[in-house]
Design a protein around this ligand. Structure first.
Ligand code: ADP
Ligand code: MG
Length: 158
């Protein structure tokens, strides 16, 4: 079953805090980042990679489809599938080789464009921005009761 909780992020500081909590409890596996353009998927990814220990810039992979990192010895792949025309392109770029790397972390923006070429998510983060663009409503889903409880506790969700 999926466990889900929701959060309101009132500022980028709140987004950074969420990223820091995520980084403490989740550092390998598959994350889907869902939401419209400008929702904050890349912003959250930046804070997340930085919280994991990455130093330096985090480029948006909009044009490259994927940006690879090695963070504290771990392989991290940040995908943005927005411009993907066909999921088969992922096959051609060798995604299967990436997916076989042990303990790697995968972030997928626009996972809906990946079809069956991308694995199921361990964590789904769905971001909705408010009409005035100031707030973000975030829903976090996972099948792991342990992860769910830890994240909810650390984010002070009742
Ligand atoms: P996406 O990758 O979903 O298209 P981006 O992360 O590139 O979105 O852009 C989100 C924009 O919204 C950035 O300009 C960011 O500064 C702004 N923003 C405002 N408030 C927040 C927030 N609470 N969390 C994330 N981004 C925010
Ligand atoms: Mg983006």
């Amino acid at each position: 079953m999926q466990y889900t909780f929701s959060l309101t992020l009132n500022s980028e500081d709140d987004t950074q805090k969420l990223a820091q909590v995520l980084a403490q409890h989740f550092n390998s596996g598959v994350v889907y980042l869902v939401g419209d353009l400008g929702a904050g998927k890349t912003t959250l990814s930046r804070y997340f990679l930085t919280a994991l220990g990455h130093q330096g810039a985090v480029k948006s992979p909009t044009y490259t489809l994927v940006e690879p990192y090695t963070i504290q010895g771990r392989d991290v792949f940040h995908f943005d599938l927005y411009r993907l025309h066909d999921p088969y392109e992922l096959e051609l770029m060798g995604i299967r080789d990436y997916l076989e790397i042990p303990n790697a972390l995968f972030l997928f923006e626009w996972p809906s464009k990946g079809g069956s070429e991308i694995p199921q998510a361990d964590l789904i983060i769905d971001i909705l921005k408010s009409d005035d663009d100031l707030q973000r409503q975030v829903s976090i889903s996972t099948e792991s009761a342990e992860l769910f409880n830890k994240l909810r506790e650390k984010m002070n969700v009742a």
